[in-house]
Design a binder for this molecule. Structure first.
Ligand SMILES: Nc1ncnc2c1ncn2[C@@H]1O[C@H](COP(=O)(O)OP(=O)(O)OP(=O)(O)O)[C@@H](O)[C@H]1O
Ligand SMILES: [Mg+2]
Length: 348
């Protein structure tokens, strides 16, 4: 456990523990999510900056809101901003405010989001996409806790807790010189990583059932669950859009369903249209979507060798037997492909 996490007092720690079970709104029983929950509860009571990382739709904003809701700042504002979505010439005034007449269109004095979030939490979303000039200004504000409205001589002290999120690899961006290392360290006092849904095991079923209930309630429908085939498809799908995508899929299915169970035909058609590579062992399916793999083992099992053989066959079939293209797609040399084809008795 990181030693850089400081809990402000034992009382606060106890208080957080007390409210924890009831208040933490994010679903998840998987070890990875339990770890996130444990850390989030620990740091909620502090004023520490937190960097939340994870693919799109993994719940970064929801986690930021949860941390705020569990913090002593909960009755103060939570202000979320995606600075990269604001035109560059307006970013500074949006974040730090401006004085009347500071630029054309500045018809009156205006507070920026740092001041709007006063005594509360400022959530800097998509931090990895901020321009170098804004990064400098953010760093200064975070280091000094002082801001200056555009066109204003005076400085103002601000009391905000900063949470930041990104779906990009900031370490890599720092290496490439696209993100300031000092700002990275300033934000990364504690890092919480939200794993992709496909790494959260049985949580998928928990999400499916919870969202099914939620959408049924909303649309006043009575659906008791998913039939076997739909469930098998939904639990083997890889969800590149993570929880947001799963939510949309269930919503779609609830709108489409005519029976009291969700069936495969109620699911969005794109789920069924994915390429399926049938493996040798009857009920086993290997599925490739956007370069990622998913397995539906059905009632069977398959050895790595069988899988490798099937994958090579399927790739060669798809490429009309072109061995050098197949080797490239499989990421192996032509001679390795040739050796494996011989080993598995694959003839083309
Ligand atoms: N653990 C969870 N429990 C319940 N709902 C969740 C959970 N995680 C995410 N969600 C829901 O999934 C959706 C996407 O979450 P959110 O907007 O927080 O993701 P994000 O990581 O910020 O995505 P993006 O990178 O695209 O901005 C929201 O509707 C959110 O309420
Ligand atoms: Mg988000």
């Amino acid at each position: 456990m990181s030693q850089s996490i400081i809990i402000d007092s034992e009382g606060a720690q106890a208080r957080v523990r007390e409210t924890a079970a009831a208040a933490f709104p994010m679903l998840g029983q998987s070890p990875a999510m339990k770890r996130v929950q444990h850390l989030a509860l620990k740091i909620a009571a502090t004023d520490s900056s937190v960097l939340i990382t994870g693919e799109t739709g993994t719940g970064k904003e929801m986690l930021a809101r949860s941390i705020h809701a569990l913090s002593p700042r909960r009755d103060r504002p939570f202000v979320a901003v995606n600075a990269s979505a604001i035109p560059e010439n307006l970013q500074e005034s949006e974040l730090f405010g401006h004085r009347k007449g500071a630029f054309t269109g500045a018809i009156q004095d205006r507070k920026g989001l740092f001041e709007e979030a006063s005594s509360g939490t400022l959530f800097l979303d998509e931090i990895g996409d901020t321009s170098p000039s804004l990064q400098v200004k953010l760093l200064r504000a975070l280091e000094t806790r002082v801001i200056r409205r555009v066109g204003d001589g005076g400085e103002r002290l601000v009391d905000v807790r900063v949470l930041a999120a990104t779906n990009r690899d900031l370490v890599e961006l720092v290496k490439r010189g696209e993100f300031r290392e000092d700002l990275f360290f300033r934000l990364n006092v504690v890092q919480l990583h939200l794993p992709p849904l496909r790494e959260r095991g049985n949580d998928i079923e928990l999400f499916l059932e919870t969202f099914l209930k939620r959408h049924c309630l909303r649309h006043q429908k009575k659906i008791r669950g998913f039939d076997k085939e739909a469930m098998s498809l939904l639990t083997s799908y890889l969800y590149p859009g993570n929880i947001r995508e799963l939510d949309n899929i269930v919503h779609h299915a609830v709108l489409m369903a005519d029976e009291d169970e969700i069936r495969v035909q109620d699911l969005p058609p794109y789920l069924l249209a994915r390429p399926r590579i049938s493996a040798a062992a009857g009920s086993v399916h290997l599925e490739a979507t956007q370069g990622r793999l998913g397995f539906d083992l059905g009632d069977g099992f398959v050895s790595l060798a069988e899988m490798e053989k099937s994958l090579i066959e399927a790739t060669l079939n798809k490429l009309a037997g072109n061995q050098s293209s197949a080797a490239k797609k499989l990421g192996i040399s032509r001679s390795t492909l040739w050796r494996k084809m011989k080993e598995y008795g694959i003839e083309m």
